[in-house]
Design a binder for this molecule. Structure first.
Ligand SMILES: [Zn+2]
Length: 162
């Protein structure tokens, strides 16, 4: 005789009752859910008050019960620590474009470019970048720099004598 769908006989408020809900395909009541939660909590604390009962009833787990357990058990992944942002002078310090001087070393895409001259900029970005836009040149390399553009340079030597 099948008990599927029959509520009579369920031991509500116990882990066994919770299993009975699942086996009988009747949605679990709050009392039984609480019993299961309490049991899980106890298990996490190292206690296992209903261990023996669980063992006996576990063979009758339905697919739903197994799924429910899988979902209900939280998986605690270790939270990675926030990335360290060490002082890295090799990636440069930000300055405004108008502060750039000949001798400064621009850090751009991992490369270093020591400015040997400035050239005037006549391109179409002038309106966007502002009056005072110039091209910082290093040999055959050049970078268009607006007065308020942020540029990363290697820290200037202390004392200012570059
Ligand atoms: Zn119940």
């Amino acid at each position: 005789m099948s008990v599927i769908g029959q509520e009579a006989g369920i031991e509500h408020g116990t882990v066994k009752g919770y299993k009975q809900h699942a086996y009988r395909k009747i949605e679990s009541c709050d009392a039984c859910k609480k019993a299961l939660r309490d049991d899980r909590a106890a298990a996490r604390r190292g206690e296992r008050p209903e261990r023996a009962k669980l063992q006996r009833t576990s063979r009758r787990k339905t697919a739903e019960a197994v799924e429910e357990q899988t979902v209900a058990t939280p998986v605690l992944l270790p939270v990675p620590p926030p990335p360290q942002l060490p002082d890295r002078p090799e990636i440069g310090v930000p300055i405004e474009g108008r502060e750039l001087e000949i001798g400064d070393v621009i850090v751009f895409l991992g490369n270093h470019h020591r400015i040997d001259r400035f050239e005037s900029y006549t391109g179409s970005l002038r309106a966007a970048l502002g009056e005072g836009t110039r091209v910082a040149c290093s040999g055959g390399w050049g970078m268009t720099v607006g007065p308020r553009s942020t540029v990363r340079i290697l820290p200037r030597p202390a004392g200012g004598a570059a």
